[in-house]
Write a protein that binds this ligand. Structure first.
Ligand code: FNR
Length: 349
């Protein structure tokens, strides 16, 4: 199987396996505020990650490129929708285009169609400094995402079997690159142990990309004859991952992603401590079912609903959401309690 075919398979399988909504965000409840002292017109959803200023905390997370014309078309349509809604966008892993120059156009289309957008380049943690520089240059990126995908690789029949040296390589890249480096998971959740290691490096932000949304173990298992089903339920749910990371390390911006499907998911993720919220699978399915204009309309509607929720809880800006009281219950409460985070602190702030 070629790398390009695999990229196209990932899209089909990610759509067909869907999102299992086991993010833990359903365990989070806002405490109603009868006197929020807000007006809808004064709500600002502007935010910052790793020194980048974003008009919206919602962005299109890394998905594709490197699968020929089909992925060029998808990236072009994602870029047009992102431009219309004024959101940032990440491209999928660019390793294919570093190895095969013919694939570059499937990534470059994003910058061509979204000239003044915030675009994030993307590579895996096997990348060298030279490859990272080339990926950034390819899309004139404002930042680089480095993804971690141990479970996906182990489930992939042709995947990597050694994960040694990743931290050192990330450190070298973050040290040399002129743009901020964001380290992201890919749906298995970044936890306390990992963020503590990353905090020693000059990385600008982490994207927890937790369990509960697109599931790359399930996607890869669809491509296997001997299935590794035990990896299908593996990972740190998104809600727990955000709180673990924020509790363990204060100085790094945390981005929420993994299974975010609507504005309430986004608002809860921001209230748990995230500075921005990435969405991949749920936006891809809108694009594939209804097209780029429908996706732009969906993004605008997400913005409107986010403002309504912020108005209701008395948050005039994204950082105000970090102070609103939240009730944690169920598995998320249990997880955080036994991991030494203090769920009651979120309820009493
Ligand atoms: C992804 N994701 C991803 N991430 C990454 O860093 N590089 C990549 O190339 C890809 N490729 C990719 C393809 C497809 C089709 C999907 C749906 C996703 C992972 C993505 O950015 C995100 O971390 C996870 O999908 C979890 O978020 P959602 O999909 O639950 O919102």
């Amino acid at each position: 199987m070629t790398r390009a075919q695999r990229k196209r398979d990932h899209i089909q399988y990610a759509l067909s396996t869907g999102q299992n909504r086991r993010t833990g965000l359903d365990d989070i409840t806002f405490v109603h505020q009868s006197l929020p002292d807000t007006a809808l017109e004064e709500i600002s959803i502007q935010t910052e990650i790793g020194g980048l200023s974003l008009g919206s905390p919602i962005f299109i997370n890394a998905m594709t490129g490197g699968g020929g014309r089909e992925t060029e078309r998808i990236n072009g349509e994602l870029a047009l929708a992102a431009k219309e809604a004024g959101v940032a966008m990440a491209v999928g892993s660019q390793m294919s285009a570093l190895k095969n120059p013919e694939e570059r156009r499937s990534f470059k289309v994003v910058r061509r169609l979204y000239r003044d957008g915030i675009i994030l380049a993307n590579l895996g943690s096997e990348a060298t400094v030279e490859q990272a520089e080339a990926a950034v240059e390819m899309v004139e990126a404002n930042a680089l995402q480095i993804h971690l995908n141990v479970i996906q690789e182990l489930t992939m029949p042709e995947g990597d079997r050694s994960f040694k040296g990743a931290l050192e390589r990330i450190g070298l890249i973050a040290d040399k690159l002129p743009v901020p480096v964001i380290v992201k998971e890919t749906g298995f959740g970044l936890g306390r142990e990992a963020i503590k290691k990353l905090a020693a490096l000059p990385v600008a932000a982490v994207d927890v990309s937790g369990f509960g949304g697109t599931n790359f173990a399930a996607v890869e298992n669809k491509r296997r004859t001997k299935r590794l089903d035990y990896f299908n339920s593996w990972g740190i749910p998104t809600a727990a991952a955000i709180v673990e990371c924020k509790t363990a390390v204060d100085q790094l911006d945390v981005i929420a992603s993994g299974g975010l499907q609507n504005s309430l998911d986004v608002a809860k993720s921001l209230a748990l401590g995230a500075a921005a919220a990435g969405m991949a699978g749920s936006l891809l399915s809108v694009l594939m079912e209804s097209g780029a204009e429908a996706l732009a309309a969906e993004l605008s509607s997400l913005h409107e609903d986010l403002k309504l929720i912020m108005c209701a809880v008395g948050a005039k800006k994204v950082t105000d959401l970090h102070k609103v009281p939240l009730i944690l219950s169920g598995e998320t409460f249990h997880w955080l309690h036994i991991r030494g985070c203090d769920p009651a602190a979120l309820a009493q702030r």
